[in-house]
Design a protein around this ligand. Sequence first.
Ligand code: BES
Ligand code: ZN
Length: 459
Amino acid sequence: MTDPIRVVQSEMEELTQELFQLLRIPSVSAHSERREDTRAAAQWVADHLRSSGLDATLVETSGHPVVLGEWRGAGPEAPTLLIYGHYDVQPAEPLELWTSPPFDPQIRDGRIYGRGTADDKGQLYLHLKALEILLRTRGSLPVNVIVLAEGEEEIGSPHLLPFLQSNRDRLACDAVVISDSQMFAPGQPSLLYSLRGLSYVEIRLRGARSDLHSGAYGGAVPNPATILSRLLATLHDDQGRITIPGFYDGVREWDAAARESIRKLPFDEEAFRQQVGSPRLEGEAGFSTLERLWTRPTCEVNGLHSGYTGEGAKTVLPGEAMAKVSFRLVPDQDPLEVEKLLRAHLARHTPSSVSLDVTSLHSGPPWRGNPDGPFFHAAERALERTFGKEPVLTGEGGSIPIVADFERELNAPAILLGFALPGANMHAPDEWFPYAHLELGIATLIHLFEELEEENATG
Ligand code: BES
Ligand code: ZN
């Protein structure tokens, strides 16, 4: 039998070009003018699955379609693995900050640059290719496989939970495998067992009917920009703690062992600071950087807009001011409860001189998994075989909103093994994925199937 890993190595040229096809499709789920492109990416994924030998369909939602692929050749007694990924990407703007165009992937210095290389089309492709090569070389898989690729992850997966709920039987599985994150460090594979949740709102304050002359009216008419600044400043105290009453009530503390295992990780704080480029790191008092990122909830102003922001000076008193504010949440905070607390806090602190309008944008629950069980350990062995090093356990500050729902609705553990590297510029200009991880990622996933086969044989 042909060794599937050999096949990966000998086809690197072709498979890189194949991945580039997918990366060239600008599947920006947030932009309505990209609707057809987003659909084209879904179609591309479905076609790939089909030509590998899976049954694949596009399932319509009222948003972007879900791609569902199935291979049930292992039989009803064999375990079933559900592979999840997303084919949508974040907007690429500001385009002028990219070294090469976001949807024209290029390799420089051992990195593939382009929107979606790391998050998540590049990593979804690792799974597609591993399945294809395994089916081509062995003709079968040791377990049944469901592939679920969605096109709305980057806008908060608004239609995926109802889809899970109405397809529970069809999606029944023993584990969910996801590659949509990063390794702890180059050469150091990792398994991710916590994600933060999210609550995202838009806050709008309105004063005068329109923008006014700031001299003719200023001093007598309220300024929504100033009032919004004061309002946003009430969200934190000087220790970096969030001041919304009740905000921390749902937080389940990490146990001593988990905190200790974070402390043991070889984290280079100064390298991290240099990578982000800010003069100093800052956060909630009493916690290390990794603890702040992985174990603590946050409140961030994502965007601010009011009055005149063009070239030069325009003397104007804004009629309104807007802020986009998001909270990253940790177990067991409830995104909707947090939003309720926020609304009450804002209402209490907004003076009657302006009107307040709060719009929910999206939300997703936090997740903490159980780093144990046969699938988790198979993934550990697969990573170790490929990278020659035992994986470490990590947390993550970002969110994959559907992970907690998967575990609850399908009653199956989620196994998160990501292959991007720190500094991958997800959501930012010059997003990249290490070229070498194209081969190593596919190899790991092939090894994962081999480990599961061992498990079946011996278990
Ligand atoms: N792939 C990311 C999550 C992630 C980010 C994992 C960084 C590891 C490192 C995911 O696609 C993402 O960005 N999610 C959004 C969700 C939101 C739009 C609802 C996020 O975290 O902002
Ligand atoms: Zn992603």
